[in-house]
Design a protein around this ligand. Structure first.
Ligand SMILES: Cc1cc2nc3c(=O)[nH]c(=O)nc-3n(C[C@H](O)[C@H](O)[C@H](O)COP(=O)(O)OP(=O)(O)OC[C@H]3O[C@@H](n4cnc5c(N)ncnc54)[C@H](O)[C@@H]3O)c2cc1C
Length: 601
């Protein structure tokens, strides 16, 4: 059969913040190529709004140890503390490095990088929200992505844009390359490599209301699973409290960081009931549950399942006075419409465009939206993919970083600004480690014909199917059941139903029918393939969730309301065999300094 053959020392799949940082570092030393199904600057990192966390202490006292403790506490003590310490310690240096590459951060009057408040980030002494989120207005991710892409071009990284990875080439348990599909022509390409890094992003598209782009379908994680490798902590998926009602489009936490408050149908600011100290700036799992409980209590606006996020200056200034909220210089905080527009330019635009609301004048209708995968491909601090739960065995040649990976710095719940940080910290680490390792290696043999034939057979299975099932119906049924039963709150019965339903959908997927049989830009074919990935990830998510009999972080069970450290302070490792049978094993959490305590906000 026909296919193209390429050879590079390092192949990185994904051109978001994680992939590009790794490419930049590997690319400075060895022959590196990036494969991306999207044109690089369209990656989801570009949609990130609020900021990147680092204890620069530019405006008030802050330390990396506080940042680390907040992250551990935010993770509900499931995060690996060694990895968290590494990330928080490294944070100021990656932020300054991005600044030196030319990233246009917002500035303080003295010209330093300015910082804003964000959920769960606190001054550990006063327990009050701390200024730790470095930002470029409300398009921080866009700036990070553009900056990194320019640097990669400058350092001659090779790019294969609009190529979709469909399989890893695994020989004797080692990864030696990938097979990709050229979206423009439908041709297959075999990439032979010494090291492969997956940086393919998240899979919010499993759920109905999501902040995630259409392309976030978990391809990298699903392909790993299909090679009998485990996925870690899949039951922990974050619901961001403030998505635009019905649309899910993200309204950044920076709105609350700048003073925005959450209001129910009675005009009551309800967060003080749930988190008396930090209120709207509690961690995301806490705020999402509060909104859900208000709605269940009949306090949603117009009796519907949404509440208001209010950043109108009058409301915000009123609460600044009540809370006696002051700037680091001791002055009472105060905002006006110009300030809101300047700090939240894109958000102001989104609200006007999508729901016809001017946030400087009216409150924004919001509801929780599926946002971020805390779990994923297990790795060590060097981004090496773990082969099992032993904590010793890694897969030679395979690395992962960014949202698709689980290192695990976010544990049961991620703090805002810690993902942009994660992607650059571990992207950089992974890039350096791979460059070092491949210099001492030769290319190992692969059977390129067999690798390409396997993928072609998989695609032919979809193209030639004469079944009656349609993509749209299967997709909708998956999203509906996952949102209903594996969402913000969970119970045994619902999750068991979700497992059964997803199993049924995986069977029906075998009879899927697509209309486009052509070669050029066959997005119909690729979407069907992606649905297969989403279904696999939905299944391990539901099975992992069903097994975990406690509430921790984003995994909140009505039938097991408490966190159970004695039995459940451990990482889930989910394996799936060719018949879809899921086996769950467990791995200890790395605890260095902080013993678990009850979270109080
Ligand atoms: C709306 C929004 C706002 C956010 N705001 C913030 C914030 O303010 N602060 C923060 O810390 N975090 C934020 N996050 C989270 C954060 O932006 C993401 O977790 C992070 O950017 C993910 O980066 P990544 O490099 O792992 O993946 P992505 O940026 O998602 O990139 C994935 C890449 O993989 C490629 N890819 C995927 N599958 C394939 C395949 N099969 N073959 C080839 N290529 C493939 C894609 O082309 C893309 O280049 C936000 C997320 C969203 C959705």
């Amino acid at each position: 059969m026909q296919y193209h053959y390429h050879k590079h020392d390092v192949i990185i799949v994904g051109a978001g913040g994680a992939g590009l940082t790794a490419a930049l570092y590997a690319g400075k030393e060895v022959d590196t190529a990036v494969i991306s199904k999207l044109y690089p600057t369209r990656s989801h990192t570009g949609a990130a709004q609020g900021g990147i966390g680092a204890s620069l202490a530019n405006l008030e006292k802050d330390t990396w140890q506080w940042h680390a403790y907040d992250t551990i506490k935010g993770s509900d003590f499931l995060g690996d503390q060694d990895a968290i310490e590494f990330m928080c310690k490294d944070a100021p240096s990656v932020v300054y490095e991005l600044e030196h590459m030319g990233l246009p951060f917002d500035r303080t009057p003295e010209g330093k990088i300015s910082q804003r408040r964000f959920g769960g980030h606190t001054n550990n002494e006063t327990k009050q929200p701390v200024l730790r989120a470095c930002n470029a207005a409300d398009r921080t991710g866009h700036m990070i992505l553009q900056t990194l892409y320019q640097q990669c071009i400058k350092h001659n990284v090779n790019f294969y844009d609009e190529y979709q990875m469909l399989d890893l080439i695994m020989v004797d348990g080692e990864c030696r390359g990938v097979v990709a599909y050229e979206i423009d022509t439908g041709d297959l390409h075999v990439f032979h490599a010494k090291a492969v890094m997956l940086a393919t992003g998240g899979w919010g598209r499993v759920w109905n209301i999501t902040s995630n782009a259409l392309t976030l379908t978990g391809d990298g994680a699903a392909v790993v699973l299909r090679h009998n490798l485990p996925l870690e902590d899949m039951e922990f998926f974050q619901f961001h409290p403030t998505g635009l009602f019905k649309l899910g489009i993200l309204i950044t936490e920076a709105v609350r960081g700048e003073g925005g408050v959450l209001i129910n149908k009675d005009g009551e600011r309800f967060m003080p009931k749930y988190a008396p100290t930090v209120k709207e700036l509690a961690s995301r799992d806490v705020v999402s549950r509060a909104i859900y409980l208000e709605v269940m209590d009949g306090k949603g606006i117009d009796g519907k399942d949404y509440v208001y996020l209010d950043i109108t200056p009058d409301t915000v200034n009123k609460y600044f006075e009540i809370d006696d909220s002051r700037q680091p210089n001791g002055e009472l905080r105060h905002i006006d419409s110009d300030y809101v527009r300047a700090k939240l330019e894109d958000i102001t635009d989104f609200c006007k465009t999508y729901v016809g609301v001017d946030p400087t004048k009216e409150p924004i209708p919001v509801q929780p939206t599926a946002h971020y995968a805390m779990g994923g491909i297990p790795t060590d601090i060097d981004t090496r993919v773990r082969a099992n739960e032993s904590k010793k065995d890694v897969v030679t040649g395979l690395y992962a970083a960014g949202e698709c990976a689980c290192v695990s710095v976010h544990g049961g719940n991620r703090l805002g600004t810690n993902s942009l940080l994660d992607i650059v910290v571990f992207g950089r680490r992974g890039g350096k480690v791979m460059a070092q390792e491949v210099k001492e290696m030769d290319f190992q043999p692969i059977d390129a014909d067999a690798a390409a034939a396997k993928v072609q057979a998989e695609l032919d299975g979809i193209l030639n199917s004469t079944g009656e099932e349609t993509l749209a119906v299967l997709q909708q049924e998956m999203k509906t059941v996952m949102s209903k039963d594996v969402g913000v709150f969970r119970v045994e019965e619902g999750m068991a139903e979700a497992v059964a339903k997803i199993r049924e959908l995986r069977q029906r997927f075998k009879n899927i029918h697509i209309d486009d049989k052509g070669k050029r830009f066959n997005t119909n074919l690729l979407e069907a393939w992606q649905l297969g990935c989403l279904l696999d990830l939905a299944l391990v998510t539901a099975e992992s969730a069903l097994a975990r009999k406690e509430s921790r972080g984003a995994h909140a069970r009505d039938d097991y309301k408490e966190r159970d450290d004695e039995n459940w302070m451990k990482h889930t490792m989910a394996y799936m065999d060719a018949d879809g049978k899921v086996t769950l094993k467990y791995m200890p959490v790395a605890v260095t300094t902080h013993k678990p305590v009850k979270r109080v906000y």
